[in-house]
Design a binder for this molecule. Structure first.
Ligand code: NAD
Length: 262
């Protein structure tokens, strides 16, 4: 595992959950990684555990000036930036009738403006490095709709479209832009009521994998897109969702799953 040796990455929302899984995989692949998050204690602790290959930067992705400072700090520390992972995000589970304007604006500000801010801030540094890779975290909910997630879905569909347009504009400038579409990854976001894993998995029996995924699954996908293994991927939407968006089962017809928990 040395596909990212010599590369320098910045992972927004890297202090926990999927971001932490990406940080750990990138370091295991030889990268030096800036963990950029609003969760200072968690981010500092992760960086300390990973040693010289990691550093923590306080970053609120909604603030463009903080992005500029974070990218500059990475270049000062390690001399280059090869990969940006726009992973930070938030969710609110509510019916459309019940979302407040403040909740709607916060969802769009973090999940969409955060990705746009990060992209704009990173482009000059990626060009100075001779090119690079941007990996945007969309969602299975950026490919199909989901109840209780109308505005979250809107933000993740937007990230998917933004990714494709940027792939067109930046590919010929040696910057590849791709999106990952996780589904049902066992993290604090997806499990806000802290349901134990064995119960949580039961909700997934109607999908091909019949269990939730792990942050490591997304770390592996991000490492692929960040590395030269993904060098022909531009505007690719990579679903890592246990088959959640592959289609749907006709439950009374051959080939449907049975409930292993029943
Ligand atoms: N868990 C899933 O099943 C799942 C599925 C699809 C997509 N996603 C996406 O993956 C990404 C990570 O989700 P997760 O499940 O790890 O969630 P999480 O809540 O465990 O982690 C999100 C991280 O983003 C950080 N963050 C939030 N707002 C921020 C801000 N303004 N500035 C900087 N950092 C901020 C948080 O502090 C946290 O460390 C999100 O974009 C999410 O929408 C998750």
């Amino acid at each position: 595992m040395d596909r990212l040796t010599g590369k320098v990455a910045l992972v927004s929302g890297g202090a926990r959950g999927i971001g932490e899984g990406i940080v750990r995989r990138f370091v295991a692949e030889g990268a030096r990684v800036a963990i950029a998050d609003v969760l200072d204690a968690e981010g500092e602790a992760l960086a300390a555990e990973l040693g010289d290959a990691a550093t923590f930067l306080h970053l609120d992705v909604t603030d463009r000036s903080q992005w500029d400072a974070a990218v500059a700090a990475v270049e000062v520390k390690w001399g280059r930036l090869d990969c940006l992972v726009n992973n930070a995000g938030v969710i609110v589970f509510k019916r459309i009738d019940d979302l407040t304007e403040a909740e709607i604006r916060r969802l769009l500000d973090i999940n969409l403006m955060g990705v746009i801010n990060g992209t704009q801030a990173a482009i000059p540094a990626l060009e100075r490095a001779g090119g690079g890779s941007i990996v945007n975290m969309s969602s299975a909910d950026g490919i199909s709709g989901a109840n209780s997630l109308s505005v979250y879905c809107a933000s993740k569909f937007a990230v998917r479209g933004f990714t494709k347009a940027c792939a067109l504009e930046l590919g010929h400038r040696k910057i590849r832009v791709n999106s990952i579409h996780p589904g049902g990854i066992f993290t604090p976001m997806a499990n806000p009521t802290n349901i134990p894993r064995e119960y949580y998995d039961k909700g997934f029996w109607i999908y091909p994998a019949q269990r939730a995924g792990d942050p490591e699954d997304i770390g592996a996908a991000a490492a692929f897109l960040a590395s030269d293994d993904g060098k022909y991927c531009m505007g690719t939407e990579l679903a890592v969702d246990g088959g959640l968006n592959a289609g749907h089962y006709y439950m009374t017809m051959p080939g449907a799953p049975t409930n292993p928990f029943a």
